[in-house]
Design a protein around this ligand. Structure first.
Ligand code: BT5
Length: 248
């Protein structure tokens, strides 16, 4: 892969390999301009949510953007659905493939997780910022055994190699555009996110609890009816919803 060619309001840095593009930007957080992006061809310590690992070999796209939105901090987690919708749009425009979203932060193609999203707030000495990290399995050719039931790459699902340079440029463009709209209208991608979300009406388990998903709420929470009849809105970051991989 090589650096994406794109003209935008802030720099795009390109690295062959970093520990994590989110950590890379975090180290620059005091000085980096709003919108600064980094794209890497691989990561040696890619990070998922809750301390999990995101496998990041060559063949994928690992991209983070540092943002300084002047909004209520409670709105920041909703950048996850913004990023998920941006990924779906970019994959469709460059690869012609229609993705789905598994609430809250996985993008699926053909029932396989081809992308994960990690949004992190940074409250350092400087002005607070948020880092939106996106990992896409573009042409990733193999996965360790434990990931085989869930993970896939765009190339393995579509049967065609993916133009990583074009995809990373399209992703930055979609992200920049949706972010600009989100700043003034937090629910701008809500309907599109709902349409793309694969969870609704499905069985889910969260830890030991089992239930059915009913809807995505206006705040992007996931409304669940548990088997005992009680209902609950699940928020980002706290839970892992299991039960939809392999679904088309
Ligand atoms: C995520 O976490 O899926 C968020 C991943 C975010 C990665 C990007 S890459 C750029 C930026 N820099 C970083 O360091 N991170 C961000 P979570 O929902 O917790 O899912 C993690 C789980 O996904 C793991 O425990 C595995 O089961 C599975 N997994 C790991 N690597 C994967 C991969 N490459 N493709 C699909 N699934 C994977």
């Amino acid at each position: 892969m090589s650096a994406p060619y794109i003209e935008r309001r802030a720099p795009v840095l390109y690295e062959e390999c970093v520990d994590s593009t989110n950590l890379f930007l975090r180290r620059m957080a005091d000085s980096a301009a709003d919108g600064t992006a980094v794209v890497a061809a691989s990561q040696s310590a890619g990070r998922g949510r809750l301390g999990r690992t995101f496998l990041s070999p060559e063949g994928g796209i690992y991209l983070s953007v540092l943002l300084r939105p002047d909004v209520e901090p409670s709105r920041l987690p909703t950048l996850t659905p913004v990023a998920a919708v941006a990924v779906c749009r970019a994959v469709e425009s460059v690869c012609g493939a229609r993705c789905k979203i598994k609430w809250p932060n996985d993008v699926l193609l053909g029932g396989r997780k081809i992308c994960g999203i990690l949004v992190e707030s940074v409250l350092g000495d400087g002005s607070p910022c948020v880092i939106v990290g996106i990992g896409i399995n573009g042409n990733t050719s193999s996965f360790p055994e434990e990931l085989l039931p869930i993970a896939g790459s765009i190339a393995s699902v579509t049967g065609e190699r993916c133009d990583l340079q074009a995809l990373s440029a399209a992703l930055l463009q979609e992200l920049d555009a949706l972010y600009a709209v989100w700043l003034s209208d937090g629910s701008a991608v809500l309907e599109e996110y709902r349409r793309l979300c694969i969870n609704i009406g499905r069985e889910v388990s969260v830890g030991e609890r089992r239930g059915q998903t009913l809807a995505v709420g206006d705040d992007y929470s996931l409304l669940v009816r548990w088997s005992d009849g009680s209902e609950e809105s699940l928020c980002f970051g706290e839970v892992s919803v299991r039960g939809v991989y392999g679904s088309k």
